[in-house]
Write a protein that binds this ligand. Sequence first.
Ligand code: IMP
Ligand code: MG
Length: 182
Amino acid sequence: MQGDIERVLFDGPAIHKRLEEMAAQISVDYAERELTVIPILTGSLMFTSDLLRRIPLPLKLDCLSVVSYHGKAQPSGEVMFKQLAVPDVADQDVLILDDILDTGRTLAAVRKKLEGSKPRSLRICVLLNKKKPRVLNVVPDYIGFDIDDDFVVGYGLDFMDRYRNLPYIGVLRKELIEQPSQ
Ligand code: IMP
Ligand code: MG
């Protein structure tokens, strides 16, 4: 698995250091409120678990499972919700967590769904933010790291459902990425 990685971008200690800072900021921002955290699975699993353990506030957790890539390295353009019922977030202070912001399609679709049940507030927190033009306009309120437009895996992020268990985030070797059929 390690041999498939072209270069490591963020190792475990670097990720955890940044999570400390993000958790501190979120804890200040939501000090007097009860947060409802909505992670987008599966990619946000490690991120969510490590971030939330650093936030000493009362909070609720309700996960959403979304497929946007269908296992390929290029977005299909379609966002599929895996569950029938989306969390009811009426009057709640919602924080959406996602592993990575790429085209913006996933977060735009999730935001739209959740806005339907009228939360009191809604913010977006991503671990990685790809520096590229978005297909849909999404501006995260909290960003872990800005990265170039490379395909990355590890620490929850996958390629064809693999590499999620790598303890670091790295760029996948280009020749391993299947080109989508046109
Ligand atoms: P978007 O809808 O294009 O913004 O993509 C968001 C989703 O695509 C993320 O939640 C990831 O699951 C996946 N994704 C985007 N870029 C990458 C990447 O570089 N590596 C792994 N997954 C990615
Ligand atoms: Mg994802």
